[in-house]
Each structure stands twice: as C-alpha cells, then as structure tokens.
Design a protein around this ligand. Structure first.
Ligand code: DMJ
Length: 478
C-alpha cells in the first residue's frame, strides 16, 4: 500500500547559499503556497515500485512497457531488455535491494551474441551505462565481463574513415549500418556521433584498456575538428566523408549530449584536450546560441557558418543545459535559463517536445515523461540551496501525477494541450525521471549529490571510484 504523505505547510522561500549553516536546506519541509502539495521520498519510492512491478508483470523480458495496453514492446526483432538496465541504478539508490539484485541476476543471464542491428548511441547510454552502473555499485566481476563484452561489440561501429561511429552495429557480426530506416544512409546526428566519452571512459578505467576511451575521443575530436570558421559544429554529418549534411547548430536533441559529455567526462577523467574543447565550445554556445528574446533567455538554432538565428525553437531535451551551466559554475546563465523552462512548463503543465518562442506556439506537442527539466531544477537546488527549485520539482511531480499516472504505472501524452494519453513508458523514466524526483528529497546519507557524476541517462558514478593517476594510464590520457 502506497504511503502517500501529503502535508500542507508554509515555507519561507529564502535563497540560501550552499553549506550555509544559518539556513540549511531542509528537504523534508513540506510546502504549501497556494495549494501546492509536496511529496516525500517514500511516495516516490512507492510509485517507482508500482511502475516497476507493472513492467515486471506485463512486460518482463521486453525493452519497454506499454502501460495502457498492458503489454511489452521491443525496439528490435529481439529484445535487449532495456528497461531493467535503465532501472537498476534508480532502484539501488532507493534502497530497493531485492529488485536491484533481481536485475543484477538478470544481467548475468544476458548473452550479447544477438543477430540484430542496434543503435550505437541509444544502447551505449542505456545498456552499457546501465551495466557499468551495476558494476560501479556491486563490483561484481561477472558484470564487468558483460560490460566489456558489450563494449567490444560496439567498437566495430567506430571503424569508419572518420572515426565517427556508424548509426548501427550488428551485435553478433560487427557489421555496421546507416540509419536506413530514415533514408539517411551513413549520416548521423552530432549526438549520435560523439556521446561516448563518459561510458567508454568508465569502461576503459575498469577494463584497464584505453581502446574504448580513445575511440570515443577520436569521434569527439572528429566533430570538433570539423567546426566552421566561426567555431560551430553542424547537426548532421556523413561518417564516411566527414561532410556536414546539414548546417544548423544548437543545443537540442541531436547535439545536446555532444556538449554534455565533453564537460562531464572531464569531471571524472581530467583530460586537458577535452577540457580545452569544452571551454572553447561553451564560449561559442554563449556567443551564438544564447539570445534574450521578449525578456527571456533562450538558446536558438543558428547557422553554423554565420551564427545567424535560423529558428527560434527549443526542445524539451535542451532543458538539461541549466544543470550543466550550474555544475560548471555559471549560475547567472543557469538560473536565467531555468526560469525560461519553468515558464514554458507553466504554460502547459508539462513541456511539449518542441516549442517555438518566436510565435509562442507548439511545434511537436507530445511529451514523453522526459527528465531534463527536473534534472536541472535538482542541480540548481543542490548547488544554490534556493528552495524555489525544490518547489518547482514538487510542481512537476504534481502535474505529472495529474496527466500521466494510470492504473498500473505512468504514460506519455500525445499532446500537452489535450493531455491525450499515449501508450508508452520510456525506459529513461525509470533511469532518470523517477531518480531525479527521488534524490531531490532524499536524505544526504542516502544520496549525496556532491559524490556523483551522472551519465546522460542519469546513471550515477561515484567520483571517489576513479583516481586521476590511474585514469591517465587506463584511458591513455597524455
Ligand atoms: C535520455 O535518453 C538521455 O538523457 C538522452 O541524452 C536524451 N534524452 C533522453 C531523455 O529525454
């Protein structure tokens, strides 16, 4: 039985500095300002268990739970079992040890010798990231073997003339494929090209073998070295010729985690070359993408050659960036950016997939329980101590409960204007969305933000597990 603890209360919203002794953050304080209901970590835990049990009951063995038709769905002809890999670290952080153990045991039964083409980007962040998170937590050597085996099967994708990975690789044969489904041949977007430094860095560290990190670094440099004269990368590239096939540049899905990883990987594995790439890129983001429009901060789509704005749109994925800005120490821009995201949320009670700020309209109206806005509010709360960010998180949870909670779990919506339900529960809901809601209110003894760096799928890696001297050797950093 769910233990829902809902209290009404009054909170003085005070901006307090982190580590302030006079005004400590009290995550257990419950807020009511105008009827807003707070939640407890117990509530999130019990809702996670409810959704996880639904996956186990209706979709065990499948990649994804379809929560309205109460069945499972696979991304490919054979199942990879993606949801469990994404769920492990969240269940473990919540102390749901039995459920986490079940997934560890399940992971050990997985054979990766599957004759299917998998999308390198997606399985890297979810399956390799998930496996490495299990290993980081358990130090079970058999899990590490599974992770190394999986990583080895992704490596052939990087054997392109440019070092940028092909879109897909066959796990059994190592043959590669383009994104034929979308008729784009050997073209990948920039995120698919270069979102590997983090997992491949962790894998190199634990395997004591630089080849993974070096492949990831080559791919990141292949993108960076093809920047335009004004210093911006494009958004689609041919992995064989290295030619840009589209010349837009932005923070949205398709480029987002290229930037995220050159920043985050460097926090675990200091690499002067990657640090320089990040600092250069951040300057360009601030110089070209950032614009104040109608009194609000936005990050636009621009032409990579001229820097001119080509489209005034934002996608809900870009809401990860305030977190990066805050962790980087740029609180001024992080807070301005976050304010905009919260403003868009308030318009609809969820974020639409793409919003056009020039015309104040929705381009893609669906919303898929994505975590990014919660992630950024969480980072900002942790880093500034300002309770207004916790209040945002409570609001997001309340709204998600209203639109997306169903009989057995949660569901996406087809249109944020009508809240028409969509029969899908993305695997990252387990990995990210529920985790960020939980750690936002969990006690520091359960999860201390300062101790971890999250991959883009919110799998947490403990900083103290990685020593920089060893990282140099194991990753081949000069
Ligand atoms: C996640 O799978 C990852 O965060 C990825 O980088 C992009 N966003 C989705 C969730 O929205």
């Amino acid at each position: 039985m769910k233990t829902r603890i809902i209290l009404l209360f009054t909170l003085c919203i005070v901006s307090s500095c982190k580590n302030s002794t006079s005004d400590p953050i009290d995550n257990n304080v419950k807020i009511d300002n105008g009827g807003l209901l707070a939640y407890s970590s117990d509530e999130i835990k019990s809702e996670t268990l409810r959704a996880w049990n639904a996956y186990k009951k209706y979709a065990w063995g499948y990649d994804v739970l379809l929560p309205l038709s109460k069945t499972g769905y696979n991304w490919y002809d054979e199942s990879l079992g993606i949801s469990p890999f994404d769920a492990y670290s969240t269940l473990a952080v919540m102390g749901l040890d039995q459920e986490a153990k079940e997934i560890e045991a399940y992971a050990l039964t997985k054979e990766w010798d599957q004759d299917i083409y998998v999308q390198v980007f997606e399985v890297n962040i979810r399956i390799l990231g998930g496996l490495l998170a299990i290993y980081d937590d358990t130090k079970n050597p058999e899990i590490l073997s599974k992770a190394i085996d999986f990583g080895e099967r992704l490596l052939p994708a990087f054997n392109s003339p440019t070092g940028i990975p092909y879109h897909s690789v066959n796990l059994k044969t190592g043959q590669t494929a383009g994104n034929h489904g979308e008729g784009k041949g050997n073209v990948v977007n920039t995120a698919q090209a270069a979102t590997y430094l983090f997992e491949f860095g962790v894998l190199s560290y634990y395997a004591k073998d630089p080849k993974f990190y070096q492949a990831a670094k080559k791919a990141t440099k292949a993108i960076y070295n093809r920047r335009s004269k004004i210093g911006l990368p494009g958004d689609f590239i041919n992995v064989e010729t290295g030619e840009w096939t589209n010349n837009w540049s932005y923070l949205q899905a398709g480029m987002d985690s290229y930037y995220e990883y050159m920043f985050k990987s460097n926090l675990l594995f200091p690499d002067p070359e990657i640090k320089e790439i990040w600092e250069y890129s951040l300057d360009k983001i601030n110089q070209y993408y950032s614009e104040d429009y109608n009194g609000r901060r936005f990050y636009a789509c621009v032409d990579m050659h001229t820097g001119e704005v080509v489209k005034r749109s934002i996608s809900l994925y870009d809401a990860f960036f305030p977190a990066v800005q805050a962790l980087h120490g740029d609180l001024l821009n992080a807070e301005k950016n976050m304010e905009t995201w919260d403003w868009v949320w308030d318009k609809y009670g969820l974020l639409p997939t793409r919003y056009l700020y020039e015309t104040d309209s929705v381009e893609y109206a669906n919303s898929e329980l994505n975590p990014e806005i919660i992630e950024s509010a969480y980072y900002l709360h942790q880093i500034t101590g300002d309770q207004k960010y916790l209040k945002m998180i409570f609001k997001y949870w309340n709204d998600i409960n209203k639109c997306c909670r169903n009989e057995i779990a949660f569901n996406a919506v087809e249109d944020v204007r009508t809240m028409e339900a969509k029969d899908y529960l993305a695997t990252y809901f387990f990995a990210e969305t529920l985790k960020y809601f939980y750690v936002a209110v969990a006690d520091k003894s359960e999860f201390n933000f300062d101790d971890y760096i999250f991959n883009t799928e919110a799998h947490p890696f403990k900083k103290s597990n990685f020593e920089s001297d060893k990282a140099k050797e194991y990753l081949g950093i000069n």
